[in-house]
Design a protein around this ligand. Sequence first.
Ligand SMILES: Cc1ncc(COP(=O)(O)O)c(C=O)c1O
Length: 448
Amino acid sequence: MNDGPTSGVATAPAGDSFCLFTLKQVSYQPASQPIKVSMKTLWSQRYALRTHRMQSSMVRELLKLIDRPGLISFAGGLPSPEVFPVEHFKEAAARVLSEHGAQALQYSATEGYPKLREMLARHMARYGIVVASENILVTQSSQQALDLIGKVFLNSGDRIAVERPTYLGALQAWNAYQAEYVGIAIDREGMKIEELETALRSGPKFLYALPNFQNPSGVTLSLRRRKRVVELADHYGVPIIEDDPYGQLRFSGEHLPPLAALDAGERRERAYSGNVIYISTFSKTLAPGLRLGWIVAPTEVLQRLVLAKQGTDLHTGTFVQMVAYEAARGGFLDQHVKRIRAVYRERRDAILDALRKYMPPGVSWTEPEGGLFIWAMLPDDFDSMTLLPDAIEHGVAFVPGAAFFDDGSGKNTMRLNFSYMPPDKIEEGIRRLAGVIARVSDNVLRLA
Ligand SMILES: Cc1ncc(COP(=O)(O)O)c(C=O)c1O
C-alpha cells in the first residue's frame, strides 16, 4: 500500500505496519452551495464570571525576561539549575523504563503511585505528621493542590484569611473561584496574633498559612505563634491550609514543627483527622519541572479532592511519579537536600552581605533562616513598581511587593530571590539595584 507519495494523500513509510489505510489530507474546498459564516464571535461576552479576576502573574511575566543577556534576576522563585540531579534522573528514568516500562506509560490511580504515597507518608512522619498513605494525594505540584482546594471548598464570595503579604500563586488560584480575602499583617515572627484573631472571628472558609520561610517575605512563624495559630483556628472552627514548600530548606536555627503536626499531636487520634490540610512539593528539593507535589488531608476531604482531580486531569503522570520515586528513594532525597542547603546558605549569606554593603540608608530587609527569598522594604513614599523599568534597564530584576498583597498595598516592598544566581552575580545584582534605589532617593530628596 505504500506506493510513494501521492498528491493529497498521507502515506506511511515503507514497512510501517501501523498504517493500515491511507489518510486523505483534509483540505478545504469551497462548497458548491456555500454555507454562511459571517458572524464574528464575541468571545469576551462568553467568558465565565470567574475569569474576570484571572490575571497573569507578574512573576510569570518577569520570568520571560530572565533570558535577556546579562540580566541578573532576583525575580523568579527558581531553584538553582546547577543543583538539579540530572544524571541521577537519567538513571532513574532508564530503570523505570527497563523494569516497569508498560506500567509507567499506562493510566493509573488518581490518588497517586502507591509506592510514592508510602514514601511520602514515611517522609511526613519524620516531620512529625503521622499519616497513612491513604491520607496522601499526589498532585501536579502544589499549585494544583491550591487549585483543587479552591475547587472543593470555595463558593463565589467566600472569604479566606491570608497573610499580608502572601503567596501570589494562591491568590491567582483562588481568584478564579471568586474568593474574597481578609488579610493578616505579619512581622518578623509571622502572623500578628491580634489580627489573626480578628480575621478568624469574621468566619473565613479557611486560613492559608505559610509557616516556613514564607514566600514572599522569608519570614518564619515562631513556635509560640504556631501554637496560638493552631489553638485559635480550632477555637473559631476555621480549618488551616498549611503550604510548606520550603520547610526542608533550613540553613540556620532550629527546625519547627508544622502546624499539621501540632494540631494532630494534640488530638492524639490514630487516623489523620485534624483541622489542617498540609501541602508540599518536590519543586524546591528535586526539580520544579517534575510538577510533583502532594496534599495531606483527612480521608473524607481527600476523597473530595480525588473527585476534583479526576475532573481536572484524571491523575498525575504515572511515568513522572515512578521516576521521582525511583530517584528519591534509598536516602537520595535527604542527601540531595543537604547539598542544596549548602548551596543556598552560601547564596543567602552573599545577598545579605551585599545588601549590607550597598543599600542606601532607609532600606531594610528580612534575614531568613531558609527558603529562597528576602523581602526588602524601601522608605514609605517609594513605589517599587516604578523602579522596575529602571532596574531592568540597569540589568537587574526583582518582583515588586504589591503583587503579594491581597489588597494591593505594600507598594514600597520588593521580593528578592537568592537561589537562582551564583554569589558573584548576587553581589553585582545588589550593587546595581542599590544604585537604582539611591538615584531615586536622591531625586526624591532633591524634589522635596
Ligand atoms: C508558597 C508556595 N506554594 C506553592 C508554590 C507552587 O509550587 P509548585 O507548584 O512548583 O509545587 C510555590 C512556588 O513557588 C510557593 O512558593
